[in-house]
Write a protein that binds this ligand. Structure first.
Ligand code: HEC
Length: 474
């Protein structure tokens, strides 16, 4: 029956060439579990697209309703929490899948000629994914979303010449507000999806034109000698010719050692997709990621925490402060890193892809990973420490509000300008100084007009904890 339907369709739509294109693509060296990350990423992208469509049914992109609509999805909508969980953990899984995919391509030197364009499109896809992560983070409109986005926008503002302009474009106004939320939403659900679909198509188109890279020469040889029985004669030599990989074996030799995409690679990809879905679904069902309070633009004491995949960078920023190091961290290095990634195929010029002839490039890559994971470790350590001091900071903030310190002091743009700006007072004063100052401002600052407040010991201590928490990068 199925075959008769196929015959019928084929006689009209001429499906054979389509099948050849989709399923018979030769894989040099044969199918392998190491090639599954690209399709896992693609699968996760579809998962994000589908769950995102369902979330959009209930989500309302305005400051008045965004938070409540997400709460509604979370608590009232049938499977709402599950779908939101899939979207949340799916995003994390996508970052992991992209990381592994890039690592594989990097290790195998698969970005080398003739695949430079595929790599460069891949780097653009990575940037688009980060755009999704950044714009999506604001949408729940809770405190974390609001203040983390504020930090991100401020960083963009540090770019010379165009920074102010870019901030205007991102924010849509003078403040992070309604206009910002609706443009982040539009970018997240319309602009970026359109762009990513085009680039994914281009990525795949190039892949089909140049063919997959396959293992590096050494591994290639070994596999061949073992004479894997699953290897079959691949499709027409013309197809393989499109990939004169690194001037290596003749077309015939390569063809002998390749295997079509279907069935074994398709099977491996499918198994991994299923596994990925199982893991993401399990995370969505078991781990919660509660909303913080609704965004409060006047509460400057909130310390936002970014997603885990931005933690390394968040930590890095803490060490890079000041007029010179600051800009280096916020735009010089990120810009250089992206440029370096894009240019990688032209910088790593060794024609042999084998790791033994690319020690330097692989070494730099390894150092980079050690740095990233080291920073993540330090960041988790700091976050733990911060959690412990949290209650005092929270009540200290209440004391600050109770005594209306903001009539004279400004913190991150809100408050009066009679006294000094306290946004980063934690970097400038220590505990002893602050306590002495609060007991009697005249004692540390003779002639000060700051009043002596009737603070009890607890209030004094909490207020000081709060002041000390006001640090750069916190
Ligand atoms: C009437 C205005 C006024 C009010 C209200 C006020 N301050 Fe001040 N504050 C000042 C002035 C002026 C200075 C600078 C002189 C000094 O150091 O005392 C100052 C200095 C400070 C400093 C030292 C900053 C530095 O690094 O030099 C801190 C910390 C501070 N205030 C915290 C507070 C807190 C907390 C409150 C609320 C309990 C408060 N202030 C209320 C006017 C005020």
């Amino acid at each position: 029956m199925a075959s008769r339907i196929y015959e019928w369709l084929d006689s009209r739509l001429k499906l054979k060439p389509v099948k050849e294109t989709l399923l018979d693509e030769p894989i040099p060296g044969g199918a392998s579990w190491i090639y599954v990350f690209g399709s896992a990423t693609l699968f996760l992208f579809f998962l994000q697209a589908i769950t995102g469509m369902f979330l959009a049914v209930y989500y309302a992109p305005t400051p008045d309703h965004a938070y409540d609509s997400v709460r509604y999805i979370e608590t009232q909508v049938l499977f709402g929490a599950f779908v939101r969980g899939l979207h949340h953990w799916g995003a994390s899984a996508m970052v992991v899948a992209i990381g592994l995919h890039m690592l594989q391509v990097f290790l195998y030197g698969a970005y080398k000629p003739p695949r430079e364009a595929m790599w460069m499109v891949g780097v653009l896809l990575l940037l688009l994914t980060m755009g999704f992560a950044f714009t999506g983070y604001l949408l729940p409109w809770d405190q974390n979303a609001y203040w983390a986005t504020q930090v991100g926008i401020n960083m963009v503002g540090s770019v010379p010449f165009v920074g102010t302009f870019l901030v205007k474009v991102m924010r849509g106004g003078d403040m992070l507000g309604a206009l910002t939320l609706s443009r982040f939403f539009a970018v997240h659900v319309l602009f970026l999806p359109a762009a990513i679909v085009v680039l994914v198509a281009l990525h795949m188109f190039i892949l089909r034109r140049v063919g997959p890279a396959g293992p590096w020469a050494g591994a290639f040889e070994r596999r061949g000698k073992r004479g894997d029985p699953s290897m079959r004669q691949a499709t027409p030599a013309g197809h393989v010719q499109a990939a004169p990989a690194e001037g290596r074996p003749s077309v015939e030799r390569r063809a002998h050692r390749s295997e079509p995409f279907y069935p074994r690679q398709v099977f491996m990809d499918a198994v991994v997709m299923l596994g990925v879905f199982a893991v993401v679904a399990m995370l969505a069902l078991t781990l919660s990621f509660p909303l913080t309070d609704k965004a409060n633009p006047s509460d400057h004491s909130f310390i936002p925490v970014p997603e885990w995949y931005f933690l390394f960078y968040y930590q890095f920023l803490k060490y890079m402060e000041g007029p010179i190091l600051g800009p280096i961290a916020t735009w010089v290095l990120p810009g250089a890193f992206i440029a370096l990634l894009l240019a990688l195929p032209f910088l790593d010029r060794a024609t042999d892809r084998a790791p033994s002839s690319r020690r330097m490039v692989l070494g730099i890559g390894a150092l980079f990973l050690v740095g990233v994971f080291g920073l993540v470790g330090l960041s988790l350590h700091d976050l733990e420490a911060m959690k412990r001091s949290d209650p005092a900071v929270v009540s200290g903030k209440a004391v600050f509000e109770k005594f209306q310190c903001s009539t004279c002091h400004r913190i991150h743009g809100a408050g009066g300008a009679v006294g000094p700006d306290l946004s980063y007072v934690g970097d400038q004063r220590d505990r002893a100084w602050l306590i002495k100052h609060f007991r009697d401002p005249q004692s540390t600052s003779p002639g000060s007009i700051m009043p002596k407040f009737p603070l009890d010991e607890q209030q004094l201590s909490d207020l000081t904890a709060y002041m000390l928490s006001l640090k750069k990068g916190a």
